[in-house]
Ligand binder design. Structure first.
Ligand SMILES: [Zn+2]
Length: 375
């Protein structure tokens, strides 16, 4: 085990795409990696055993949700998040900032932090950088994240102010951290504005973190804007540390963002679409509620090796979904997570073998969608 809480071996690069290995106190994470989201200390409809079966190596927990319910101090008393939820692999907790800015009611931001009301019962709470680090130290994840402010991506003046707060809060989070077995990620913000993104990447890199998250993307901006932001940010970030793009999770987005130097992803898309009766596939999204699947004996995605696709037909999964049976949610979640985890693994192999560009071109040919910015 390395001395620091996190070590990252950059094993190979192919263009800007990278293959690496993150070492944490709870095991290794091969990158590129997709992290299933376990909002409430559970990846919805999946046991930890199921997560291992689909190939998950790290999962994400949400600080905002776990702080409100069941409470970070209770989780600490029960042995920390790993023990509490029965997952002994690596965990990342986010800062809660995104949820406070998108979910909480009547939030009020000031230079020192943010006061908000719980979306559950309306009770008043306050997050400061120090408080958010303390909560994440109670939860005990391997990778923790600085409190940041996620501003509307297209509002320049707002982003200037939010960036100043995000940077000041990053310094306070770093100073507040006491545990040596947790790695701290700074969060690059700056909306769709290249000058602000560059400023943020340089500021946080100069401060020095264990890894770098890129926030405030995939929030309604165009793909071109998202790609342009990454093209500004990733060349500035240290090559020997991991980069985590928050909230991105379609197969095509994973490939295009790895092509621009990203190593880690999380997104609720695979679990949320499953609960809506939809499957992600390499050729796009399909809704199993659609009548055309009622007599379809094919698997969800022909050729897929997941448990759902090797055992059940579209007709059966459609029936479960229409009848609102729990197994339908489970099988679609198994398939959706398996797909993203498989694509991440395939990209890693392609980088290690030096044919990432061919892999990327083959993906866009297969999916039948126009390739995005293949330059
Ligand atoms: Zn499948």
């Amino acid at each position: 085990m390395p001395k620091s809480a996190l070590a990252f071996d950059l094993l190979a690069a192919d263009g800007h795409a990278r293959a690496g290995l993150i070492h944490t106190p709870h095991g290794q994470i091969p990158t590129p990696v997709f992290m299933p989201v376990g909002t409430q200390a559970t990846v919805k409809a999946m046991s930890p055993r199921d997560l291992r079966d689909v190939g998950a190596t790290i999962i994400l927990g949400n600080t905002y949700h776990l702080y409100l319910r069941p409470g970070d101090e209770r989780i600490a008393r029960l042995g920390g998040l790993h023990a509490f939820m029965g997952w002994d692999g690596p965990i990342l907790t986010d800062s809660g900032g995104y949820q406070v800015f998108s979910l909480a009611q009547r939030r009020k931001i000031d230079a020192d932090g943010v006061t908000f009301r719980s979306h559950i019962d309306g009770s008043e709470h306050r997050f400061t950088p120090e408080k958010v680090v303390a909560i994440q130290e109670n939860l005990g994840a391997d990778l923790i994240v600085c409190l940041d402010e996620c501003a509307p991506a297209n509002d320049y003046d707002y982003n200037v102010q939010a960036l100043a707060r995000t940077h000041a809060w990053a310094q306070r989070c770093k100073a507040a951290k006491t545990r040596t077995d947790q790695a701290l990620f700074g969060v690059v913000q700056g909306g769709v504005f290249p000058d602000l993104r560059e400023q943020s990447a340089r500021f946080l890199t100069d401060m020095g973190f264990d890894g770098y998250a890129i926030g405030g993307l995939s929030v309604g901006e165009t793909k071109e804007q998202m790609h342009a932001s990454l093209e500004v940010v990733t060349p500035i970030l240290p090559a020997d540390q991991p980069r985590y793009l928050m909230g991105v999770g379609t197969p095509g987005d994973l490939i295009e963002c790895v092509a621009r130097g990203v190593d880690m992803f999380d997104c609720v898309l695979p679990t949320r679409t499953a609960r809506n009766g939809s499957a992600l596939t390499r050729t796009g999204r399909i809704n199993l509620r659609n009548a055309r699947f009622a007599d379809d004996a094919d698997p969800i995605e022909p050729g897929c090796t997941c448990y759902a696709c090797t055992h059940f037909s579209r007709a059966y999964v459609r029936h479960l979904t229409k009848a609102n049976e729990i197994l339908g949610h489970h099988l679609l979640t198994v398939h959706n997570l398996h797909l993203l985890l498989t694509i991440a693994r395939e990209m890693r192999e392609a980088v290690l073998e030096g044919h990432f560009q061919a892999y990327r071109e083959a993906f866009w040919q297969t999916c039948g969608q126009p390739a995005v910015n293949l330059a």
